[in-house]
Design a protein around this ligand. Sequence first.
Ligand code: ATP
Ligand code: MG
Length: 459
Amino acid sequence: MLLLVLNNFSAMETEGIVIRIKTPGGDMDSSVDSPSLLSFNDLLVAIREVMPEATITAFEYEDEVGDRITVRSDEELKAMMSYYYSTVMDQRMNGLLPEPLHIFPRAGKTPGIRNIHGLKVNTRPGSAQNCTQVPAPAPAPAEILPNNSLKKSSAELKKILTNGQINEQDIRYEELLGHGNGGTVYKAYHLLGKRVLAVKVIPLDITVELQKQIMSELEILYKCDSPYIITFYSAFFVENRISICTEFMDGGSLDVYRRIPEHVLGRIAVAVVKGLTYLWSLKILHRDVKPSNMLVNTRGQVKLCDFGVSTQLVNSIAKTYVGTNAYMAPERISGEQYGIHSDVWSVGISFMELALGNFPYPQIQKNQGSFMPLQLLQCIVDEDPPVLPVGQFSETFIHFITQCMRKLPKERPAPNDLMGHPFIVQYNDGSVEVVSMWVCRSLEERRAQQQHPPTQCPM
Ligand code: ATP
Ligand code: MG
């Protein structure tokens, strides 16, 4: 049993964790990719970076009864990590997602440290010793250059604390990826994190209070950890616009592919259903399932993006544009209650469009995006849902779409029924090669049309 726990602990040490530094000005989250490499000094430097005005000499964490325990050394940091891993295991065993590790910086009254006798010693080279203090021992080479060693560990820290906060000045914008109704998405490079990002910039004329509320609502994105959900790195406001930084997907969104073969769509559907099931397990409704919010890459991964975690953000964007989303379920178009089943409708209509190569309601022309006047979408409320043509598609696929697009929300499959549907079961084979090859081929065809050289694909 103990061995199992130890094994689990060492497995956890290779996973990333999120450390939440609780400062008087708010919380600052940092992802630590390799917690086993983290030292007490690393964390102290990180804290000093976010609280430069305070003299931080230690930090605290809370045990299960809320008592604060001070950390002042690598040994005490190890004890804190062991305690944290045990809480993470408990949370996982209870089906919960791990909470970030909360730490509370502790400011020292004077810039000094205590030696092993508990007496204060002055750490500034060349300054006079107080006669009541024990003379400081001759410093070891590393201690002679406290500033240099801090700088070095600060550089290392940047590698360890991979994202934390991303600032506009650290981002180099490279390419426009597309415009949506709310904002504009760019491919960009994060100079500090040394990675490619997708940055969605949304102009928002809102109060600072609302900005804060949006930022705190977006916090849940740090916790989203699924291979079927786009990874969220950071978000920040500059003047009257918010920038949301996420993982970049080199295959882009599915809306530009159209008419995808059924055996490829099957694998994509598995990923979409798994992504939604994950969100629903966190009590998050996607609310904007559509092909342009399903992203693919040349490795064959399929991930969902743009789900509505921030009510304030959704509301603020909604004020700046007019129109209704054509992928919305009939009950939503008529202004009724929205639930998981409405997401399921949107899955059905999206996959029907991707299979056919055009929007399933011929009377609805989506020339400019997916938002249009409500009256144009009335046919979705009034008419029987369309059905995929028999003969061109398999029976299981036709059944899957027909079930998702039942007019009555309650008749649509629930999350478990979706996962257990024969169409999903058939393609739930973990094969990413099919999607990868199809993405690569499609990108090459697109480039050939644009007379650009082909891309190197990983497979
Ligand atoms: P809406 O605003 O209604 O959601 P949309 O989804 O088409 O419409 P955006 O979300 O702004 O608009 O995205 C614009 C385009 O940017 C997408 O169609 C997609 O091609 C591209 N895009 C978005 N996120 C990423 C990403 N993480 N990686 C690569 N491309 C992306
Ligand atoms: Mg989108």
